[in-house]
Design a protein around this ligand. Structure first.
Ligand code: S3P
Length: 437
């Protein structure tokens, strides 16, 4: 499926984008392992999250969705059953890395696999700490999926300073720690999303964070079912934040967006570039900060992206870099090597997309330098290879708002992993988008 975009337009209106992907995965996982019935409202029904749900269904957990609410009959930490087949986690790195942690301490063996993109992604980063905890895991060459995890009821807690700023690795180790003897602790090289810690506490599991930032828990506790309200995904809102910032005349209200400080880098970076963003009705729901976000067009200027903001905006760079290409002056992103091992190599895919639209960018080993077209500037029309990456497809859709000719986005079907209905919703706000197969 391709997206076809006509040039120009602006974004106007009010919208609630679908539920947060990270929180949705965790709600299913912890709900499945809790004692009692968990109810989840606002869940993202994207393919990645459905893969996580299907994995737990094949381990005997029952789910029911009705009237916009998912009900999970928790099996308890020791109530999962051996799945009859390998678990297919589709495109989802989060599902594979977090499940690897949860499954390392089960009384049965499992195999985890996924699509072509997932099978290229590095799993050594979770295999190493899990093996240090005593887990037995085999992978394909180079620590790539599929993973074969042996039965093991003897995990030991470890202290693990994370070598990469990764919430998936942090979460994997903490979730394995639920099944380990003694204490399991991690420390982050710089803050990354903390949804796992917040949600564990929400499920009544004691977890500490000391003055040095060491996060620790004791194995052998229990999770108690609870109700969860999933906020709208700031990573999905980010495409519209970038789009409204670059399209003159735009005025958009994004409602009920999760603005957890460990995810809010996109707001900080856009504001540093001169974006007009107002946070309204800040509130807390189910342990997560939520707000409405108003974004109006403003001429942007290039910046050096502060290194501390990089992990806080790690999924938003495709959108941010399209915006940077419309700004006055130079934007420099460094310290973002992780972008090379996402659903695609997002540094290469973004640079390639910008080149296709005749916008100058210079690739660095750990980032990119973009010389903006300026506030009067426009992209050429062209064809974008999405590299089957949902975020590349959605980010470059926004480029059409500032293009002089048509843009076609190839292989946009992966958008359904995180943002089902993106094209319809975007069209309703003013993006001139259609899809064709
Ligand atoms: C995620 C963590 C991030 C992010 C991914 C979702 C999560 O990955 O890129 O989309 O839900 O924990 P890393 O932790 O590998 O940086």
């Amino acid at each position: 499926m391709d997206f076809r975009l006509l040039p120009g337009g602006k974004l106007i209106g009010e919208v609630r984008v679908p539920g947060d992907k990270s929180i949705s995965h965790r709600a299913i996982m912890l709900g499945a392992l809790a004692e009692g019935v968990t109810r989840v409202r606002g869940l993202l029904e994207g393919e990645d999250v459905l893969a996580t749900r299907a994995a737990f269904e094949s381990m005997g957990v029952s789910f029911n969705s009705a009237a916009g609410e998912l009900t999970i009959q928790g099996a308890g930490l020791h109530g999962l059953r051996k799945p009859a087949v390998p678990l297919d986690l589709g495109n989802s790195g989060t599902a594979m890395r977090l499940l690897a942690g949860l499954l390392a301490g089960q009384a049965f063996a499992t195999q985890l696999s996924g699509d072509q993109s997932l099978r290229r992604r590095p799993m050594g980063r979770v295999i190493t700490p899990l093996q240090a905890m005593g887990a037995k895991i085999e992978s394909a060459a180079g620590g790539r999926p599929p993973l074969a995890i042996s039965a093991n009821r003897d995990l030991r807690g470890i202290h693990y300073p994370l070598p990469v700023a990764s919430a998936q690795v942090k979460s994997c180790v903490l979730l394995a720690g639920l099944y380990a003897q003694g204490a399991t602790s991690v420390v982050e090289p710089s803050p990354v999303r903390d949804h796992t810690e917040r949600m564990l506490r929400g499920f009544g599991y004691a977890l500490e964070r000391d003055a040095e930032g060491v996060i620790s828990l004791q194995g052998g506790g229990r999770l108690r079912a609870c109700d969860i309200d999933v906020p709208a995904d700031i990573s999905s809102a980010a495409f519209f934040m970038a789009g409204a910032s670059i399209a003159p005349g735009s005025d958009l209200l994004l409602t009920h967006v999760g603005i957890n400080p460990t995810r809010a880098g996109v707001i900080n970076i856009l504001r540093a570039m001169g974006a007009d963003i107002t946070i309204l009705k800040s509130r807390e729901m189910g342990g997560e900060p939520v707000a409405d976000i108003r974004v109006r067009y403003a001429g942007l200027h290039g910046i050096e992206i502060p290194p501390g903001q990089v992990p806080l905006a790690i999924d938003e760079f495709p959108a941010l870099l399209v915006a940077a290409a419309c700004a006055e002056g130079r934007t420099v992103l460094r310290g973002a090597r992780e972008l090379r091992v996402k659903e695609s190599d997002r540094i290469a895919a973004t640079a390639e997309g910008l080149a296709a639209l005749n916008a100058p960018a210079q690739v660095l080993e750990d980032g990119i330098v973009i010389d903006g077209l300026g506030n009067e500037g426009r992209f050429d029309g062209g064809e974008i290879n999405s590299h089957q990456d949902h975020r590349i497809a959605m980010a470059f859709s926004m480029a059409a708002l500032r293009a002089r000719d048509n843009i076609a986005i190839r292989d946009a079907e992966m958008v359904a992993t995180s943002f089902p209905g993106f094209d319809t919703l975007a069209e309703g706000l003013g993006l001139r988008i259609s899809s064709s197969s």
